[in-house]
Design a protein around this ligand. Structure first.
Ligand code: HPA
Ligand code: ZN
Length: 346
């Protein structure tokens, strides 16, 4: 299927919110090398090209191994600041107006980097982005699910002095064998603290993990969630309860969740009334930022202009913005799709 040029232009220009992006996954190979040099970190790759050539993944774990190696160059506040500013510039150019950004503190604290360095570097860049690019954002602290729940608890505890800098907790890393119930207690604690809860589920793991994330972790959105398609009753439930699925097309393709995007479940889920949203996940590793992900989905699937309007609306509706900000963004989206009609054929 080829994407109509007028619709391609409109999906690039529509205002949108990014709700599924790992800040460490925005670290481009060029920046990895620059930071390695700045910090005297030895990389196991001789060049940018050699590193990029290693980005041939066959599943989630093969990606995570390289992703954690890439993050090893991040040591100072300035490193986290530079990485975050680079992302904001890219996202802003794709007409992302608001982003809810994951960070993985355990990846850094395990290497001796203080959590304050991580949070301050990222948060300072986001504060600057707000004034410089009119780019709003929130931070979400992710627990690594291959580590223990005790480790997650210790991470949450260490982050509490910076409680005003993040709005929620997430759950990422190796899904298979690390089900939602492993983190039941730490998510209960996060809820007590008034934090939003948004785990990855149903990426490589089964539909049951999506249901368990809802029932056991009591979460508000599901990251990926595409395997929900295997359980029709669950799909109906997601639609009924307006639980958003933050879908990442290029990630799903590169990690072989859907090796061929023409087989992707997102259009079927959207048609079933599920609040699907589209995002970039780890854009430096998967070959594209927001607009590349939207274009890939629209190239592969029979998605329409109405779907694009719906996807853009869903992204703001599913955000953790206050009601008034949400309403203002939704109005901007509706205005864009009402006014920006393609020119009639001559
Ligand atoms: N899945 C799980 N963990 C991750 C991902 C992902 O897509 N990206 C970064 N950490
Ligand atoms: Zn992710």
């Amino acid at each position: 299927m080829t994407l109509d040029a007028a619709l391609a232009d409109r999906i690039r220009r529509t205002p949108k919110a990014e709700l599924h992006v790992h800040i460490e996954g925005t670290l481009e190979p060029e920046l990895i090398f620059r930071l390695a040099q700045r910090n005297q970190v030895q990389l196991p790759y001789p060049s940018v090209e050699a590193l990029r050539a290693a980005y041939a993944f066959h599943d989630l774990q093969s990606f995570l191994d390289i992703y954690y190696a890439g993050a090893s160059v991040l040591l100072t506040e300035e490193d986290f600041f530079d990485m975050t500013m680079a992302y904001v510039q890219r996202a802003s150019a794709d007409n992302v107006r608001h982003a809810e950004i994951f960070f993985d503190p355990q990846t850094h604290t395990a290497r001796g980097v203080d959590i304050e360095v991580v949070i301050d570097g990222i948060a300072d860049a986001l504060a600057q982005a707000h004034t410089q690019f009119d780019f709003s954002s929130r931070l979400i602290l992710c627990f690594l699910r291959h580590l223990s729940e005790e480790d997650a608890f210790a991470t949450l505890e260490a982050a509490l002095p910076y409680r005003d800098r993040f709005v929620g907790v997430g759950l990422d890393s190796s899904e298979r064998g690390n089900p939602p119930e492993k983190f039941a207690r730490v998510f209960a604690r996060a809820r007590e603290l008034g934090l939003h809860c948004v785990p990855h589920a149903g990426e490589e793991g089964p539909a049951q993990y999506v249901a368990d994330a809802l029932d056991i972790l009591k979460v508000e959105r599901i990251d990926h969630g595409v395997r929900a398609i295997d359980d029709p009753a669950l799909v109906q439930r997601l639609a009924r309860e307006r639980i958003a699925l933050t879908v990442c097309p290029l990630s799903n393709q590169k990690l072989k969740v859907y090796p061929d995007l023409r087989d992707h479940s997102l259009k079927t889920l959207l048609d079933a009334g599920v609040a699907v949203t589209l995002h970039s996940d780890d854009p430096a590793y998967f070959g594209g930022y927001m607009n590349a992900n939207w274009e890939a989905a629209f190239e592969a699937l029979p998605l329409t202009a109405d779907d694009a309007h719906r996807l853009a609306r869903n992204s703001f509706e599913a955000s953790f913005l206050p009601a008034a900000r949400k309403a203002a963004y939704l109005e901007a989206v509706d205005l864009f799709w009402q006014q920006d009609q393609p020119a009639p054929a001559a």
